[in-house]
Ligand binder design. Structure first.
Ligand SMILES: Nc1nc2c(ncn2[C@@H]2O[C@H](COP(=O)(O)OP(=O)(O)OP(=O)(O)O)[C@@H](O)[C@H]2O)c(=O)[nH]1
Ligand SMILES: [Mg+2]
Length: 688
């Protein structure tokens, strides 16, 4: 729906806006300022004091950073706006990525900080790829200096869309005290925690305004020939035309306006809200963007799922079309999602029960037990085709995790399941061989917060440690070995006697058992027992690891009619291996992974150095497909060295580099490295 306002056409209806941006740029503080400015809260809290609406969880408060999405709905000039405060840390981006499809627009909160430009670029890329209209809000203007004049020079390289400077700062000495809005052509001075005051636009400021406004109009005119002609003929375009062009070009994703402000002081917040109100598209446009087909049914998109400690499951949804009454039953394309038990308005952790939700609104639905984040929900009999679902980024760091108390094992399993449901960028793999539950996540903090949630929310105290690396051992030469088990003290004796031919096999062959028994020297029925005994012995070779790539052929032996038994032949098989293998030049094998590291090209050389310290072997460099200015480095490296690779890759790339890996092959380890691994295994076995 479009309406003619004082300043051109604008969309109407409930809007949903994501607050995104690099780590610690002030998103949570900005949401707080917006809520204060729009009257949703009485007092503006601060992140430092732990009093903001966003970051309400114990974990977020504790770390003073956002570790999940916070949702708050407010009213501005008679219309409903829901803000999604997204975490900025690269370890928690999944919540942002999963919610973005459902928003009308995003405000990218950033700073005049060169170090944060790479991360800004990553976020802008996501918005550009998904064609989400967005604004840049240059925050912390209270701390900015004269470098602010170069704001576009600093930030434009991060954006593929043309940045359009909407405001210029005004100074009193060195300090920024206000701004000129280039579309309104009006000067303001900032007032702390209050609306800025209009002041005359004159003198040197007026000159700067003229130049900056002309640039803004030129950018707009790139997509409007009529405006271009007016500029070329020195005709002042009508104010409405400028506003119309701005709205149109923002909504169509042709330009990205840049606004200034300070979230802590609530400066520039009202202008930002007005820009959103004017320029963000409405729900019909957003629904079309993500592919909602017209129909009578109600369609909603799940942008976040959470398990509250007491209230059960909550699904935060955006209503894309139609209306949701309470107790409605939803379908997804794959299954029944369940029946809604309560529709809630959210203000961070506070929820308030409300009536039916209309198209455009963002609400939490209670007890949709079978709905997941990214699901397309439909009311009625025919499910809407699935809209986009955001796949989580591949995990980059793992930790073995276990309940501190045995009795909590089952509870831990259930709690982990819930955490993964909330945040699929976390995953859990069972390593049966090592009796280990391994949690995979996006970084140290991500996994730490997962452990904290297990304790705080689900009451399971956990201990974590480095996951077990899948070492193996093999042999380099063969031997023919006898194993004889004989016990003839007292009553029934025991007798088993075998000769085996042990040989190494090529990598990847595993364990092969054959027999070549002639004349029944080992009776048929005992042969499986020999194989079992051999197999058992191979679980722990001379170095302490499972033995692989080995063939064992049973070639001879003898038996006793009374004293031989399954058990005796098992023991004989085992003895042959235990005695034979140490003479076969046992060697340690370690898993080697194929790793692809993606980094901005400036950091590629650093990867070289990093690899030599981690026994990595660089196979080649390529430009990263579809990513200008990025490289993909292909490496082979031992699993044990991948461990915290991500920490170093991130520190070399201002947080934006990453990697993926998959198992490639097992390779021999020798020398000191092998000695250390074997010693550690022996120590662990002795301690167990
Ligand atoms: N000087 C100044 N500091 C600010 C401003 N906005 C936020 N900060 C400070 O910046 C720090 C981070 O603020 P947050 O609001 O938590 O930033 P965020 O972007 O939500 O952080 P993450 O969600 O963890 O990425 C806090 O110490 C804030 O007080 C501002 O406008 N001026
Ligand atoms: Mg935050």
């Amino acid at each position: 729906m479009a309406q003619n306002g004082k300043n051109g056409t604008r969309a109407t209806g409930p809007r949903c806006i994501a607050l995104v941006g690099p780590f610690q740029s002030g998103k949570t503080t900005l949401m707080e300022a917006i809520l204060a400015r729009t009257g949703a809260i009485q007092r503006q809290g601060t992140v430092d004091a732990g009093t903001t609406v966003g970051d309400g969880s114990k974990e977020a408060r504790h770390h003073q950073m956002s570790v999940e999405l916070s949702v708050a709905t407010t009213t501005f000039m008679g219309e409903s706006f829901t803000f999604l405060d997204c975490p900025g840390s690269v370890e928690f981006t999944h919540d942002m990525r999963a919610a973005l499809p459902a928003v009308d627009a995003a405000v990218v909160v950033c700073e005049m900080d060169e170090k944060k430009v790479p991360q800004l670029q990553l976020i802008l890329r996501e918005l550009e790829d998904q064609k989400i209209p967005h604004f840049l809000f240059v925050n912390k203007i209270d701390k900015a200096d004269s470098t602010i004049h170069d704001v576009l020079k600093l930030l434009q390289p991060a954006s593929r869309l043309k940045l359009l400077l909407r405001q210029i700062p005004t100074f009193s000495g060195e300090i920024i005290t206000g701004f000129v809005d280039l579309a309104l052509e009006r000067a303001f001075v900032y007032k702390e925690y209050a609306a800025s005051e209009v002041v005359p636009l004159e003198g040197e400021t007026l000159d700067r305004e003229k130049t900056a406004r002309f640039s803004m109009l030129e950018t707009l005119a790139d997509h409007d020939d009529e405006l271009m002609e007016q500029l070329l003929s020195d005709i002042q375009p009508p104010a409405d035309k400028v506003f119309d062009d701005l709205s149109k070009e923002v909504r169509e994703g042709l330009v990205c306006p840049v606004l200034l402000g300070s979230a802590t002081r609530t400066n520039g917040v009202l202008r930002l809200l007005k820009a959103i109100r004017h320029e963000a598209p409405d729900i019909a446009t957003t629904a079309k963007r993500i592919g909602v087909k017209a129909g009578p049914d109600c369609v909603a998109y799940v942008l976040k799922s959470l398990h509250t400690a007491h209230g059960g499951k909550m699904s935060v949804v955006r209503v894309l079309s139609g209306q949701i009454p309470d107790s409605s039953t939803f379908l997804t394309p794959e299954r029944d999602a369940g029946r809604v038990a309560g529709i809630f308005k959210m203000l961070g952790q506070t929820t308030e029960k409300r009536g039916p939700a209309a198209a455009g609104e963002t609400v939490a639905l209670g007890k949709l037990d079978h709905a997941n984040t990214g699901d397309t929900l439909t009311l009625g009999k025919q499910a809407h085709a699935p809209l986009t679902k955001t796949a989580p980024l591949p995990p980059v760091l793992s930790l073995a995790i276990g309940a501190k108390e045995r009795k909590d094992d089952v509870k831990l399993g259930q709690a982990l399941h819930k955490l993964v449901e909330e945040d699929p960028s976390l995953s859990v793999v069972l390593n049966a061989e090592a009796h280990e539950v391994v949690a995979w996540g996006q970084g140290e903090m991500h996994l730490r917060v997962a452990s904290e949630r297990l304790a705080d929310r689900f009451g399971v105290a956990v201990a974590t440690r480095k996951p077990t690396v899948g070492y193996r051992e093999t042999i380099k030469k063969g031997i023919v070995q006898r194993g004889r088990h004989k016990k003839q003290s007292g009553g029934h004796g025991q007798y088993g006697d075998v000769v085996v031919d042990i040989k190494p096999l090529p990598r990847g062959s595993g364990f092969v058992f054959t027999e070549e028994i002639k004349g029944g020297v080992v009776p048929r029925n005992y042969i499986p027992s020999v194989e079992e005994g051999v197999g058992d012995a191979l679980k722990h070779g001379p170095l302490g690891f499972q033995v692989v790539d080995i063939s064992v052929k049973l070639i001879d032996g003898s038996y006793h009619t009374v004293d031989s038994s399954d058990m005796a032949f098992q023991l004989a098989g085992r003895l042959a291996i235990n005695e034979g293998l140490p003479q076969c030049q046992p060697v340690l094998l370690e898993p080697i992974y194929q790793v692809e590291i993606v980094v901005p090209s400036e950091a590629t050389a650093k990867m070289n150095a990093l690899m030599s310290g981690r026994r990595g072997q660089i196979l080649g460099f390529d430009t990263r497909e579809g990513w200008d200015g990025w490289d993909a480095v292909r490496v082979q490296m031992p699993e044990s060295e991948i461990g915290d690779l991500i920490v170093e890759v991130r520190s070399a790339t201002a947080g934006v580099g990453s990697y993926t890996c998959k198992f490639d092959h097992m390779a021999e380890v020798t020398g000191r490295t092998a000695e250390q691994i074997v010693a550690a295994k022996k120590a662990a076995a002795a301690a167990a």
